[in-house]
Design a protein around this ligand. Structure first.
Ligand SMILES: Cc1ncc(COP(=O)(O)O)c(C=O)c1O
Length: 460
């Protein structure tokens, strides 16, 4: 039953926020995973193998940070080899049980050097717009390696997808179906179609207040329409209903529901659906492993749920799992501040690049470890006027501010959502096979300011 988009009736009496402005919020430092312990930091290679301390200096892929970054300003350093390694881990885990295609969700990362490395490794991609289709094409992903999602598309884009032979096109409403069908008829082609469904009960991300996906009943009805169409080929169902999932059982429940829906839809349409797209939504790899799971546990949960399904191809669209820990934010510390008994380190790198998704979204590592220095708890935040934080309650050596910090977990949904706002963006570089390539710097930022706002610094 759809809920009206209204705020729930307020209880009588003063709202908690009237009495105490902080009462409605969790205390600082309560959202996100536990802070890294000193021992986890000192042995970071066990959690995140591309990083290690050698002779007291942080190394990235075996290269001392001081040879990759001059220590001034900040740099977002992508680790293309880690992204490839993450892609391979998910592919191998699922290929052990299924015919599987892993289509990395490029909405999490458009950096060409990272996408090219994934292309070379044989990955496919998932795109959600014409812009992303063009990026994928430009990088060299062929249409038949490209799964297309997204809400509504221009007629021109739809025609291009159909005529160029996109691997699968997702539909998410009756109107989208009708438009796609019209274009397919005009072109005399029959594109392969998935219907998006929300198989799990509503949750905070995918409730009936979300525009995304369809209820199982509506999806079944839409799939029947696709199956009856002379211009569309019904291939299967698509779900993307998880977010930062570190629980294989929950993934297994999603797979199980998809299997049930596939059986129901195949019966009602009389068409054997050969594809189940289980979406993305898996947690950043190092966090998943820190929580005691591997991607193999997810594959095993899917096998348990789908083992009896004949003639099935599985599709996965990981974003965060592939890209999340495939970049580090190297940043100088601009200064320190003491407030309400807490010490804050204010970094050069800002929330205009790193969206503050939790209190502990970007764990900081010291760039130098002397071993002798005392350690203490510090909060880490940026210099913007936003009340944002990069990480609360980090354990760091007392001299960390002098040498700078390396924030981990910066690879997904960061550069793609960067904005020229308030503070300088970092340089952006890609490390691949030990070679570093700079892709964005201060001059590029100035060009963006000129293009976006019509302000030319003229060498200022
Ligand atoms: C349809 C779809 N697939 C895949 C993804 C990737 O999700 P994640 O980065 O959580 O793996 C998203 C993210 O929004 C999405 O909307």
């Amino acid at each position: 039953m759809p809920q009206p988009l209204t705020v729930d009736a307020a209880p009588r009496g003063p709202k908690p926020s009237d009495a105490d402005p902080s009462a409605a919020r969790p205390p600082l430092g309560q959202t996100g995973p536990p802070a890294l312990t000193r021992s986890e930091i000192e042995h970071i290679d066990e959690l995140l193998p591309p990083l290690s301390y050698v002779d007291g200096e942080l190394n990235v892929e075996g290269i001392p940070v001081s040879t990759l970054w001059d220590g001034s300003g900040s740099m977002l350093l992508y680790l293309a080899d880690r992204a490839v390694e993450n892609y391979r881990s998910i592919r191998e885990a699922f290929a052990a049980h299924f015919d599987v295609s892993v289509n990395c969700a490029i909405k999490a990362c458009y950096v060409g050097g990272v996408l090219s490395a994934l292309r070379d490794a044989g990955a496919g991609v998932e795109v959600a717009s014409e812009l992303e289709w063009r990026i994928a094409h430009r990088i060299g992903f062929s249409p038949d390696q490209t799964v297309v999602n997204g809400m509504f598309r221009s007629d021109e884009h739809a025609r291009r997808l159909i005529s160029q032979g996109a691997y699968l096109i997702d539909v998410d409403s009756d109107e989208e179906l009708e438009r796609l069908e019209f274009q397919a008829r005009q072109l005399g082609m029959k594109p392969d179609v998935l219907v998006r469904v929300n198989p799990l009960p509503d949750d905070a991300f995918f409730s009936d207040r979300s525009k995304l996906g369809l209820s199982p009943d509506d999806a079944q009805r839409l799939l029947e329409r696709v199956a009856r169409s002379a211009h569309l080929e019904a291939r299967g169902l698509h779900a993307h209903q998880l977010s930062r999932c570190a629980d294989p059982e929950r993934f297994g429940r999603l797979a199980e529901r998809m299997a049930e829906l596939r059986t129901d839809c195949s019966t009602s349409t009389g068409t054997a659906l050969d594809t189940l797209d289980l979406g993305g939504g898996i947690e950043t790899r190092y966090l998943l492993e820190r929580a005691g799971h591997t991607i193999g546990d997810f594959a095993a949960a899917a096998r348990e749920a789908l083992g009896g399904q004949p003639g099935l191809r599985i599709l996965l669209e990981p974003g965060r799992y592939v890209f999340g820990d495939a970049a580090v934010g190297l940043t100088s510390v601009l200064g320190t501040k003491r407030r309400s008994g807490h010490d804050w380190l204010i970094t050069h790198i800002g929330c205009n690049l790193l969206p503050p998704t939790s209190d502990r979204a970007y764990p900081p590592l010291p760039i130098r470890l002397s071993g002798a220095d005392p350690w203490s708890h510090r909060h880490v935040a940026d210099p913007t006027p936003a009340p944002s934080r990069l990480h609360l309650d980090a354990q760091l050596p007392d001299d960390a501010a002098e040498h700078g910090l390396a924030l981990i977990g910066c690879g997904a949904y960061s550069a793609v959502r960067a904005s020229v706002w308030s503070t300088d963006l970092p340089d952006i570089a890609v490390l691949r096979d030990g070679d570093k390539t700079l892709v964005f710097d201060r001059a590029a930022q100035d060009a963006a300011v000129s293009a976006l706002f019509g302000i030319d610094f003229d060498g200022d």
